[in-house]
Design a protein around this ligand. Structure first.
Ligand SMILES: [Cu+2]
Length: 188
């Protein structure tokens, strides 16, 4: 009987492998799969970029989906490797990309998706306490007026990672991202 259950176990393991392989093959970006829920809100793929040594700030990005009938408001957050986290907006003013803190938070209307992404709304991790390493995950949270504090994990992507929504086009270039090109030149 013992022998038999081992065989069954082995069969299950093999079957498991066959199920898992095609899924892994399909996933272009395994880090993109994670999401977090709080009430009517779903926080899709919180991510940030790797930073160079000595960088003081990092940007946090996530898509906030509100399937509820009431608006909510993103008012802050936290990041394990930063002293504090602010909600920011970045937009073009003439030829200049400007960034400012949204003191009153960011409205998340009912039945909508608000995307925090490079060149647009984002979380700003202030005073990083350690460099952010690509391929790791960093714990943090997003705080909403109604949904409260929602724990998440931010996937740290490549230093030159862009928003997955390619409709964002050329607005991805952040003024402080000027070092990215040099970084590429070093072949890293
Ligand atoms: Cu900012």
């Amino acid at each position: 009987m013992l022998q038999m259950s081992r065989t069954v176990l082995r069969a299950a393991l093999i079957a498991g492998l066959f199920v898992a392989l095609p899924v892994a093959g399909l996933a272009i970006d395994p880090a993109s799969a994670h999401e977090f829920k709080a009430g009517a809100l779903t926080l899709k793929h919180p991510w940030t970029r790797a930073t160079a040594k000595g960088a003081e700030m990092g940007g946090g990005f996530v898509a906030v989906v509100n399937t509820g009938s009431e608006a909510d408001r993103l008012v802050g957050g936290s990041f394990a490797l930063a002293e504090r986290t602010e909600v920011h907006e970045m937009k073009m003013e003439g030829d200049v990309m400007k960034m400012r803190q949204l003191e009153g938070g960011l409205d998340i209307p009912a039945g909508s998706t608000v995307e925090l992404k490079p060149g647009s709304y984002h979380l700003m991790f202030m005073k990083l306490t350690a460099p952010l390493e690509a391929g790791t995950k960093v714990k943090g949270s997003l705080t909403f007026e109604k949904a409260g504090e929602v724990p998440v994990e931010f996937a740290v992507e490549a230093i030159d990672a862009k928003a997955r929504d390619h409709k964002a086009g050329g607005h991805d270039a952040m003024p402080m991202g000027g070092a990215d090109k040099q970084h590429d030149a070093h072949g890293k």
